[in-house]
Design a protein around this ligand. Structure first.
Ligand code: NDP
Length: 394
């Protein structure tokens, strides 16, 4: 039994709060804290009276987080604020010896670049504090790393190639909207692509490489090569790996809008002068776009995220596809959130549950594939993310 402190009351925070309540035998006290109390109040109002407590915190300020952790006596902290807050929250966890979990790689607000370097650099401090930090416990990163570890453990002696395939075939009826924080999403998608082959990173122009993949229960979709953070750790931990790539589906309307916004400078992250004020175009754009949390009741269709791994087992070639399909409307009915928030929030709760139960333990910072995948895969089936494995022709 543990007191869990959740920071961030956005789309993902909502799912985490709901799911922690559903896992009351693990999390007996739940505190949801965020920058804006109103967001916490809305989520609190959706849950049974007394199920969660709420608080405000500016997580950019380590001292504020330290004080909050001490005040509520948190046993574990789930960070589902923005990637900008990862380091300050990790520092607060180190200062208070509190186990830490997040779903996204640290990013500096002024540079659209994400990497694990600064989070991995805290490994020794986590060890010295005697605590575990679990990095990237969402879906991708998160479940996709676990799928790779599961493939390595049960299906291969050596994995040679991995393609991570992320399809959101949800339709929210808006001409343009993003399924999670617009700023983080657009920074990721408009950046150059990158994949890893024979020990080297190869850079591509944004959306330069496309393949059509036939997603089970969704159908064929244009899937574009992007750089995605789980590849940075997977190249270290998957034996014999020769190539890893990440593909995500985008509809034509999304791509046309994004290109147009980019061409007119609306995706800029540097300040510009407007009527004597300094504004960041991307931050301004965020205020105009639909709040991802508001997409929940309007989104129909499915997500399908998985990995295709190829390699050798007992000297023979083998290729398998591990994937998870989730229906947006089902997610909304269960936790009042669309599928992208759901498929991120549920793995965060699973990671925290395994840490609280001691099934995943250790001192230092860990990426998901470093831990035994079986517990996580089992919990996915229980917590609403059932998965499939398909043998494919090599
Ligand atoms: P939202 O923008 O909907 O929510 C973020 C929340 O964090 C908001 O409530 C926001 O507060 C709060 N917040 C922002 N800054 C601070 C701060 N300084 N102090 C306290 N609270 C703060 O984002 P999502 O819920 O869509 O995403 C949450 C996280 O999940 C992100 O890091 C995202 O990158 C990650 N993610 C991971 C995925 C994965 O598969 N691994 C997939 C999708 C998302 P306010 O309401 O005041 O703005």
């Amino acid at each position: 039994m543990a007191t869990v402190l959740i920071i961030g009351a956005g789309g993902v925070g909502r799912v985490v709060a709901h799911k922690c309540v559903m896992n009351g035998s693990t999390f007996d006290r739940i505190i949801l804290a965020s920058r804006t109390l109103k967001r916490c109040e809305e989520i609190q109002g959706e849950l049974p009276k007394g199920a969660i407590e709420i608080a405000t915190v500016d997580a950019d300020n380590t001292q504020e987080v330290i004080e909050l952790i001490k005040r509520v006596k948190a046993d574990i902290l789930i960070n589902v604020a923005l990637p900008y807050q990862d380091l300050t929250i990790m520092d607060a966890c180190i200062a208070t010896n509190t186990p830490y979990l997040d779903t996204a790689n640290y990013e500096h607000p002024d540079e659209a670049k994400f990497e694990y370097k600064l989070q991995w650099a805290k490994d020794q401090a986590f060890k010295d504090a005697g605590i575990m930090g679990l990095l990237g416990s969402g879906f991708d990163p998160g479940a996709t790393n676990v799928f790779c570890a599961y493939a390595q453990k049960h299906y291969f002696d050596e994995i040679h190639t991995i393609d991570i395939l992320d399809c959101n075939a949800g339709d929210h009826g808006y001409a343009f909207a993003t399924n999670f924080n617009p700023e983080i999403n657009l920074r990721e998608v408009s950046a150059k692509g990158r994949y890893w082959e024979n020990g080297k990173w190869i850079e591509t122009e944004p959306m330069e490489i496309m393949q059509v993949w036939d997603y089970p229960e969704v159908g064929p979709k244009d899937s574009y090569l992007l750089y995605h953070e789980e590849m940075e750790s997977l190249v270290l931990y998957i034996k014999g790996l020769k190539r890893i790539r990440f593909f995500m589906t985008f509809g034509q309307s999304y791509l046309t809008h994004m290109k147009c916004l980019e061409n007119v400078g609306m995706l800029g992250i540097k300040e510009v002068e407007y009527k004597g004020m300094k504004i960041v175009p991307m931050e301004f754009l965020k205020t105009l776009l639909p709040d991802p949390a508001s997409l929940g009741p309007r989104t129909k269709g499915k997500t399908n995220i998985g990995i295709v791994a190829e390699g050798l087992k007992d000297g023979k070639k083998r290729k398998i596809y591990i994937y998870q399909i989730k229906d947006h409307e089902e997610c909304y009915a269960e936790v009042k959130a669309q599928g992208v928030s759901y498929t991120t929030g549920v793995p965060a709760v699973i990671g925290a549950k395994l840490m609280v139960e001691g099934k995943w333990s250790g001192k230092g910072v860990f990426n998901m594939e470093q831990l035994d995948p079986d517990f996580f895969m089992e919990e996915m089936n229980i917590q609403g993310l059932p998965w499939n494995v398909r043998e494919m022709e090599c």
